[in-house]
Design a protein around this ligand. Structure first.
Ligand SMILES: CC(C)(COP(=O)(O)OP(=O)(O)OC[C@H]1O[C@@H](n2cnc3c(N)ncnc32)[C@H](O)[C@@H]1OP(=O)(O)O)[C@@H](O)C(=O)NCCC(=O)NCCS
Length: 172
C-alpha cells in the first residue's frame, strides 16, 4: 500500500523514511522522553529498526506510525499513529514529541487524526490508549480524543491505565 500523508492545523503526518533515523534518534536522546516506557534506550540501529518495523506494519495492517513533521519548520518532531499489539490483540494510539514542540496541542492534533484515520480509513472498530498513571499530559491527550478509562493492567512490567474508544463513540 501507499502510506497516506495527513495534515492537521500545524502538522504533517507523513510516512517514515530511513533518512529520518538520525533526527528521530536525537529526539529519543532527550532527557526523560522515555520516562513512562518500559526501560529501554534507543541506539541509532534500534531507531532504524523502529522505522523498518513501522514500514512493514503499514504493509501488513494498513495502518501504523507516521513521522510527525511541523508545517512551520518541516522538521521531524516525533512519532504518532496506530500499532497492533499482539499481547492484547488490540490497536493502540501512540505519540511522542520532542520537548521543543510540546505544549501547543500538537500531540492532541496528531492523536485525534490517527484515531479518525483508524475508524474512517482503516476500518477499526476499537482503539485503545495505554498510559502510565503519572503521565498526565498523555492522559489529557487520550481524553481529548474521546478515549475513556477502562481498567488498569500490568504490561511489559509496568502498571498502566487502559483507555478505549469505539468507532461509534468517536466525536472529534
Ligand atoms: C505525551 C506528549 C506527547 C504530550 O505532548 P504535549 O505537547 O504536552 O501535548 P498537548 O500540547 O497536546 O497537550 C496535552 C495536554 O496535557 C496538558 N499538560 C501538558 N503538560 C502537563 C503537565 N506537566 N502537567 C499537567 N498537564 C500537562 C496540556 O495542558 C494539555 O491538556 P489540555 O489541552 O487539557 O490543557 C508529550 O508529553 C511526550 O511526547 N511525552 C513523552 C512520550 C510519551 O510519554 N508519550 C505517551 C506515551 S503513553
Amino acid at each position: 500500500m501507499t502510506i497516506p500523508t495527513l495534515g492537521t492545523s500545524h502538522l504533517i503526518l507523513r510516512p517514515w523514511t530511513l533518512e529520518d533515523a538520525d533526527s528521530l534518534f536525537l529526539i529519543l536522546q532527550e532527557p526523560d522522553i522515555l520516562k513512562y516506557y518500559p526501560p529501554t534506550a534507543f541506539t541509532l540501529e534500534k531507531t532504524q529498526r523502529y522505522i523498518e518495523h513501522q514500514l512493514k506494519h503499514w504493509q501488513e495492517r494498513g495502518y501504523g506510525h507516521w513521522a510527525v513533521v511541523t508545517q512551520a519548520g518541516g522538521h521531524v518532531v516525533g512519532w504518532n499513529g496506530l500499532e497492533y499489539l499482539p499481547e492484547l490483540d488490540e490497536v493502540e494510539v501512540a505519540y511522542l514529541l520532542s520537548q521543543r514542540v510540546r505544549g501547543h496541542g500538537f500531540a492532541t492534533q496528531a492523536a485525534c487524526a490517527a484515531v479518525r484515520f483508524g475508524f474512517e480509513k482503516a476500518g477499526l472498530k476499537k482503539i485503545i490508549g495505554l498510559v502510565h498513571p503519572e503521565n498526565i499530559p498523555s492522559i489529557h491527550v487520550l481524553e481529548k480524543c474521546g478515549l475513556v478509562f477502562i481498567d488498569r493492567l500490568t504490561l511489559w512490567g509496568l502498571k498502566i491505565r487502559r483507555y478505549q474508544i469505539e468507532s461509534r463513540r468517536q466525536d472529534k
